[in-house]
Design a binder for this molecule. Structure first.
Ligand SMILES: Nc1ncnc2c1ncn2[C@@H]1O[C@H](COP(=O)(O)OP(=O)(O)OP(=O)(O)O)[C@@H](O)[C@H]1O
Ligand SMILES: [Mg+2]
Length: 539
């Protein structure tokens, strides 16, 4: 059980939370939702005791342990896989390290002997001797084999990394489990595994996610963050959506009633204020009118950013020719003999649930960020590219403010007001445009990366999972922008609707070769020849 009592937090003028009081009870799974930048990750960090609120407090049940999967997947890059998992139980890991240090000593003293006795007792009580095998079982469930146990986290692929971090959060059966966007970078099989895991988990779970399908599968309650408040609804996402639409409707009706009444009163006052016999009545109505307030009521702070891609020149006839590309990563072949000719007007979705590394590697090579081991590719002379990589940490290392950050990508002839205007359209207005890149939320970072892409005015856009981290409004805005873009797009996304509405060609990379079809995604999924080919090429 975990409680938040009168929690308040502001950054400068921005109120993130005002007086939030909630009780999260065991057995329930809470979906924490809200727009990008609403404060979801911040709220989890407050619950975990990582951020101290300005006012109020958080209380965890006596002797209870809390574990968290962070939205940022880089914190453990220097650790090995097995250690990372065990670190999920901080005390146990501490004991394990102290034990190892003591036994490694050359001059093992009597004191060390006593200390090691104490350590062994506590270690045993915490099931420390089974820690490695328990960690191994969790990892195996998530498809991480023993061959990776002693690798460093930074050498893992994005999808593997998040699965290890998930195992870390689940390790040692915490009483309160906080998961911040766990499905980002997770393949379908792992998402299904997680859904089953959470169904069986009887302690308290709080999950941040923008994935409606996932929320519906696992949540018993929704906690919606808006206007600095957190409102809890019983039911899953669809139920929340219906209920919140109903509340919106009611408020609108109420406001309509209030404004009709106000108009009647105004008319009355105007008609009779010059008439002496009615003057008294008119005055009292005036007072009434002053009391009537039309509740200033945006029921949701969710907003659409303005996304539009314009190419500075349109594509010629030769777009891209890829010939027999090959690439190994850490001694494992990820791309082999890959050939493709891309034509004018094509928007190609690279799909398939098990080969995200192949897709990311191909994109990095085409963007010039990585060299292939063999084969070649040639962009047409009219072509210019802009690349949106799956991991964007490298872009936000130096601590500038947003205006400075964006100015690196704006035309030299344009001044600060141009960058500010641009940021405003991407929902960073006023003081928000001056905040540091280090404090950005996951979705806010993606909005910055998309701004950079818009400013490039390239005619070939390469996007690797751009829908990760984005809220529904931003996904819709990006979706529409890519539909409207008349040039070339190469992309991947886990969002079904996004893929099916943008792509006119589908490429699936399989172990035995590729499937390449000029058709929309929905048709592709139903095509029997495709299904047969997939079986043949999967072997
Ligand atoms: N130290 C800070 N100073 C100023 N603003 C901050 C600071 N830390 C966070 N913020 C801002 O607080 C807001 C909430 O951030 P948070 O990461 O909690 O959002 P979120 O709801 O998790 O969004 P997302 O869905 O994009 O992950 C963001 O606008 C962020 O830029
Ligand atoms: Mg977040």
């Amino acid at each position: 059980m975990i409680n938040a009592n009168n929690v308040a937090l502001s950054y400068g003028k921005r109120v993130i939370f005002q007086d939030v009081t909630i009780k999260f009870t065991p057995g329930n799974c809470y979906g924490l939702i809200g727009a990008n930048g609403a404060g979801k990750s911040t709220f989890l960090k407050i619950l975990a005791g990582e951020i101290e609120p300005d006012r109020g407090e958080v209380s965890l049940g006596a002797r209870e342990r809390l574990a968290m999967l962070r939205q940022d997947h880089f914190a453990f890059d220097e650790e090995t896989v097995l250690h990372t998992v065990i670190m999920g139980h901080a005390r146990l890991y501490e004991l394990m390290m102290e034990r190892e240090a003591i036994y490694a000593k050359v001059d093992f003293t009597d004191e060390d002997g006593i200390r090691s006795g104490e350590l062994e007792a506590e270690f045993g009580e915490m099931n420390g001797y089974e820690a490695e095998s328990e960690a191994g079982t969790l990892l195996a469930g998530l498809g991480i084999g023993e061959n990776l146990h002693h690798q460093k986290m930074k050498d893992l692929e994005g999808g593997e990394k998040v699965r290890v971090l998930l195992a870390q959060a689940l390790f040692g059966n915490p009483d309160v489990l906080l998961l911040d966007e766990p499905t980002n970078n997770l393949d379908i099989d792992s998402i299904t595994w997680l859904e089953h895991f959470l169904e069986r988990f009887t302690n308290t779970v709080i999950i941040v996610s923008h994935d409606r399908y996932f929320l519906n599968q696992v949540c018993t309650h929704m906690a919606d963050i808006d206007f600095g408040r957190v409102t809890v609804y019983v039911g899953n996402y669809d139920f929340w959506y219906e209920a919140s639409q109903l509340v919106l409707q009611q408020k609108q009706n109420e406001n309509k009633k209030v404004s009709t009444k106000a108009q009647e009163l105004k008319d009355f006052i105007q008609r009779f204020s010059s008439n002496a016999s009615k003057a008294k009545q008119a005055t009292s109505r005036k007072k009434l009118l002053e009391k009537l307030t039309i509740e200033d009521m945006p029921v949701s702070s969710r907003k659409y950013p303005f996304i539009q891609f314009k190419a500075s020149r349109s594509c010629g006839d030769n777009i891209l020719e890829i010939t027999e590309l090959g690439k190994e990563v850490d001694g494992v072949s990820v791309l082999e003999n890959f050939s493709l000719t891309v034509n004018k007007g094509e928007k190609i979705a690279f799909v398939g649930s098990t080969n995200s590394l192949a897709k990311s590697t191909l994109f990095a090579i085409l963007a010039g960020d990585m060299a292939p081991d063999s084969g070649s590719f040639r962009w047409g002379v009219t072509m210019s590219t802009s690349y949106f990589p799956k991991e964007n940490n490298a872009f936000f290392q130096d601590n500038t403010n947003l205006v400075e950050w964006l100015s690196r990508f704006t035309p030299v002839t344009e001044g600060e007001s141009f960058a500010r205007g641009f940021l405003g359209k991407m929902l960073f207005s006023g003081e928000e445009a001056l905040k540091k890149t280090s404090v950005l939320s996951g979705g806010e970072r993606v909005r910055c990366m998309l701004s950079r892409m818009m400013l490039s005015e390239a005619n070939a856009l390469i996007l690797d999972e751009p829908t990760n981290h984005l809220d529904l409004e931003s996904i819709t805005a990006l979706n529409n922008a890519l539909i409207a873009f008349p040039e070339v797009v190469l992309f991947t996304s886990h969002d079904h609707q996004f893929v099916s509405s943008v792509a006119n060609r589908i490429v699936e990379i399989l172990p035995g070769g590729i499937i390449d079809q000029m058709m929309p995604f929905d048709e592709y999924l139903l095509d029997e020849r495709v299904a047969k080919l997939r079986l043949e090429l999967s072997a």
